[in-house]
Design a protein around this ligand. Structure first.
Ligand code: GDP
Ligand code: MG
Length: 753
């Protein structure tokens, strides 16, 4: 199959084009550096299917960043049949810099002039034919987003791929070009592919090139000596770059006429003056985040409840309290309540159908199968609403600003603003977030970031937060659910920051590479791409619910309903099915062994009853974090009697609270433990792949120790406030320890000198 590679600057629309061409739903973001790995798909509208490869965005082919190395090696080693060079027509000159380098390779290149809709809207004019004539390869004006002219682009790319193309250099005539030609001849004699490209890179003193051809460096130097001194200066790279830009401005810029030649402050600039303001930037970000949580989880929208004096909506119907209760429900909660109405009715209906079946079949269906699945699915609405907001922030270009604002603070902790992207991705799922750390330049910075990514609470941990926060509010009348959820997210972030400071001051020192990022223009989020993001989330979540989570809840149901002699423990009392002997179950026997370990965290053997319940729930979370709540769903139905009555997770946790007598600090400690401990299976496997064996083992230990200490602190301080002094002393000792450790390091260095 022929292969076409998409190459272009970050944010030029490669992934949008890739999705249009292949019908796939890869992540598109208004954010440089979203695509780190290369992705493949198939385009089927030509006479033969074409494999399309989406490469990471790059500004040049010099190997400064991992993205540049990936893209460069792909073109050189894998030899695609055609390179489709995506150029952001709105930033023509800067984008063509990469084009001039692609022209130096012996590979067919077609320029896709993207974002033509933007150019048109601005009233600028672009003479495509003139540009094509000047560059000397096909140039096709497209809009990847509006899907304009895509087939034409592919047709011309296909035609180009049928013939080979000779490389050409756009460097100006003169000594430099002479030098290039001389070196190129030596490369040709060696029968290297892409002789012109390698020759120019070698002259630029490119790192990779110099390493792979040490013998030729001498030849370059000899050639240089044949010219007058000082013709080239000593920074040949700058000379070459300068020559490229000069070519672009004299030969390519004429194709574009701008409507407004004078600089005007755009609305983007004006918005940025406020949003990226030195003092206001971070408070605004925190307020925006809080608003998002409020709109997703709030049960008293804008705190109007106290003023309006409402009585529950639709009293006496199944919709009672769905839209407002004492306060107005947020959109997220309304959807959650509607889902609850739906699953409850469905559960009742199925319960009616299975009534006449034997008790254990009945319990298997309602507790083993439905309890878990419904418990997990009930959180889909809130997850979707939360991610809709996150996608809007990202797509509009705001998240890129946040990275920029945070860079200043990140630096104090020992990270660059670049690390913000993987962290924010961690709120979705840790797996892609860990892969994205490949964009980080410094290896120690990368390892530290991978270790803290699980602390950025992912979508699968959300049900734990929501269900427990909801249950705390329901059973103790304490606080607002949205406030608890928001502060737990902040807790995760705080733990992450503390860990980074620890790492970067002890075992993982290193320079923080400079953070250069071009801020994308603000634009209105595209409905289609928002829906693509949400669909991606939903698909993943539902797949998990019906496979891994279903399997785990069935196992939990089995282990909790039978004892070691395989007696079925459930019985019918007063028309209710209850499991009064659950403490005899297999699950209880195993779980109780570990319960003492968790007593200092408040949810182990110090509970009144069922000391093993929370331990077991946390362990099932190692398979998938949704399991934690699904497990409660299965257990609660047995403990409290009555086959599945509600399936919203909150009621189940509330039942477990009454049954076990767990306290609020212990519940918060339990959330914190699940948020910071070893993440799910898939994440652990990814971390292993990214870190290598030795680092990985330390990382597992780090997660365990951190979660234990953090939850213990929460439980102890929450229960006995004076223990905070003990922790304070411990903290001071740690800081002193680090200072001593660091000063020792310095002495060693001096001795070596
Ligand atoms: P990549 O970094 O090169 O993969 O770029 P993306 O495909 O992620 O696109 C970057 C941003 O530009 C996204 O917000 C897209 O929605 C937007 N975009 C892509 N193509 C077009 C286009 O033709 N017109 C407009 N107006 N926006 C586009
Ligand atoms: Mg991309």
């Amino acid at each position: 199959m022929k292969r076409f590679a998409l190459v272009g600057n970050p944010n030029s629309g490669k992934t949008t084009l890739f999705n249009t061409l292949t019908g796939s739903t890869a992540h598109v973001g208004n954010w440089p550096g979203v695509t780190v790995d290369k992705k493949e798909g198939t385009y089927k509208k030509l006479e033969e299917p074409i494999s399309i490869i989406d490469l990471p965005g790059i500004y040049s082919l010099s190997p400064y960043t991992p993205e540049e190395v990936i893209s460069r090696n792909y073109i050189l080693d894998e030899k695609p049949d055609c390179v489709i060079n995506i150029v952001d027509a709105d930033n023509l000159e800067r984008n063509l810099y990469l084009t001039t380098q692609l022209l130096e390779m012996d590979v067919p290149v077609v320029v896709a002039l993207n974002m033509m809709d933007v150019v048109r809207k601005k009233g600028d004019k672009l003479d495509v034919e003139l540009l094509e004539k000047q560059i000397g390869i096909p140039v096709v004006a497209i809009s990847a987003q509006a899907e304009e002219n895509i087939d034409e682009l592919m047709k011309r790319a296909y035609l180009s791929s049928l013939v080979s193309r000779k490389s050409k250099s756009l460097l100006a005539e003169g000594p430099l070009l002479h030098l290039v030609n001389d070196v190129q001849i030596s490369f040709k004699a060696l029968k290297v592919d892409h002789p012109l490209f390698h020759a120019i890179k070698l002259i630029e003193n490119d790192e990779i090139e110099a390493k792979s051809h040490p013998d030729l460096i001498k030849i370059v130097d000899e050639f240089k000596n044949t010219f007058d001194d000082d013709v080239f200066g000593n920074d040949l790279e700058a000379v070459v770059a300068d020559s490229r830009y000069r070519y672009i401005t004299t030969n390519f810029s004429i194709a574009k006429t701008k409507k407004n030649q004078t600089f005007v402050e755009t609305s983007s600039d004006r918005i940025d003056n406020v949003l990226t303001n030195k003092w206001l930037g971070i408070p605004i970000f925190l307020v925006i985040l809080f608003m998002i949580f409020h709109l997703t989880f709030g049960e008293n929208l804008f705190y109007l409840g106290g003023i309006l004096n409402l009585s529950p909506s639709f009293e006496g119907t199944i919709f009672e309290g769905v839209f407002w209760n004492e306060g107005i429900m947020s959109p997220g909660v309304i959807l959650f309540n509607l889902m609850d109405v739906l699953t409850s009715s469905l559960g009742d209906w199925i319960g009616g159908l299975t009534e006449s079946l034997p008790l254990w079949v009945n319990s298997f269906i309602s507790d083993g199968v439905l309890g878990g699945i419904f418990g997990v699915l009930s959180f889909v609405p809130e997850i979707l609403v939360l991610f809709l907001f996150f996608s809007i922030l990202e797509d509009s270009g705001y998240m890129a600003r946040v990275a920029f604002i945070l860079d200043r603070i990140f630096r104090k902790f020992g990270l660059s603003g670049r690390a913000f992207m993987p962290m924010i991705m961690g709120f979705g799922c840790s797996v892609p977030a860990m892969i994205n750390t490949r964009t980080l330049g410094d290896e120690n910075e990368r390892i530290a970031t991978i270790r803290v990514i699980p602390f950025f609470s992912c979508g699968a941990k959300l049900p734990i937060l929501t269900a427990i926060a909801g249950a705390i509010v329901a059973s103790s009348g304490f606080g607002n659910a949205d406030l608890i959820t928001y502060s737990m997210y902040l807790l995760g972030i705080t733990v992450a920051i503390a860990s980074i400071i620890l790492f970067r001051n002890t075992t993982m020192k290193g320079d923080i590479p400079p953070f250069i990022m071009e801020l994308p223009n603000y634009h209105r989020p595209q409905f289609k791409s928002l829906m693509v993001h949400l669909w991606d989330k939903l698909k993943h979540y539902i797949q998990k619910a019906f496979t891994i989570i279903l399997a785990s809840t069935i196992v939990i149901w089995f282990l909790s309903s039978f004892n070691f002699s395989y007696d079925f423990l459930l019985e019918e009392v007063d028309g209710m099915v209850v499991n009064l002997r659950m403490d005899e179950s297999i699950l209880a026997s195993i779980g109780s062994l570990f319960a003492p370990i968790f007593a200092p965290l408040g949810f182990g053997s110090n509970l009144d009853r069922y000391v093993w319940v929370f331990v077991v729930a946390a362990v099932t979370g190692l398979i998938a974090k949704e399991n934690v709540i699904a497990t409660f769903g299965t257990l609660a139905a047995c403990v409290a009697g009555g086959l599945v009555s509600t399936e919203d997770g909150i009621a189940e946790v509330a039942l477990m609270i009454t049954a076990t007598g767990i306290t609020v600090p212990a519940l918060i400690a339990f959330i914190a433990f699940n948020m910071t401990t070893i993440p799910c299976f898939a994440t652990v496997a990814t971390a292993k792949g990214e870190l290598g064996n030795k680092k990985f083992k330390w990382t597992l230990l780090f997660w365990l120790v951190t979660s234990y200490i953090v939850s213990m602190m929460i439980y102890m301080i929450g229960t006995w406030w004076w223990t905070s002094f003990i922790f304070l002393v411990a903290l001071i000792l740690v800081i002193i320890g680090i200072k001593i450790y660091n000063s020792k390091g310095k002495e060693k260095c001096q001795l070596v000198k």
